[in-house]
Design a protein around this ligand. Sequence first.
Ligand code: BTN
Length: 230
Amino acid sequence: MKFNKLFYSEIDSTNEEARRLVKQGVQEGTVIVAESQTAGYGKWKRTWFSPKGDGLYVSIILFPTETFSPLEFSLLGTLASVKAIKTLTGLEARIKWPNDVMVNGKKIGGVLVEKVKEWIVIGIGLNVNVKTFPDELKENASSLYLQLGSEVNKEELLDLLLKELDQLYPSKEQICAEWKSLSDTLGKQVKVVNQQGSFQGKAIGYGFHGELILETSDGKIMEFRSADVF
Ligand code: BTN
């Protein structure tokens, strides 16, 4: 695919800009990149910490011809991010279902996929050279810089990320297989929290469209499309 990158020094949210561009008419492969976001957001509209210059804030616009669910695009975005990080830095990045990019047990990035008409927007936020986090994020969040001890070139990371994405899409089988091998969730005892409640058990697998399959402590099998996993 041919990617066309649009750079912004500051924007409310790259996903919001993608939404506006789709409504105005846009080409597949348009990529929105911002140095900072004033209203970046993540899953369940949580604020996404987007300090100027130190993070990668990007939204990729696709026009899917195959039947991919938003969840599958989320898997694609996390997988491409993890592979790009591993290649560029050598860090053992892993995926926490469904959309977290982890390094050494800390969250260093996340993916937010949104559907706009028939278009798909894959929003990716990676804490690349972030040096400090606000108190409420300190415990669970980190950056490539903090894990590596040196700065990472954001442009190179973005180019690798787009290359990985291009190679993986649209092969469902490849995404699924590679995603499983880089998963930090599979086979673990986890707590799954969503709007319906909190469920404890073992993450025993992924469904056909990337759903998390949980075997609860009392032997019940449950399937999740969206949740927080601990
Ligand atoms: C999450 O972990 O909840 C997902 C975070 C996604 C953040 C990125 S930053 C670029 C794009 N623009 C946004 O407003 N959000 C996504």
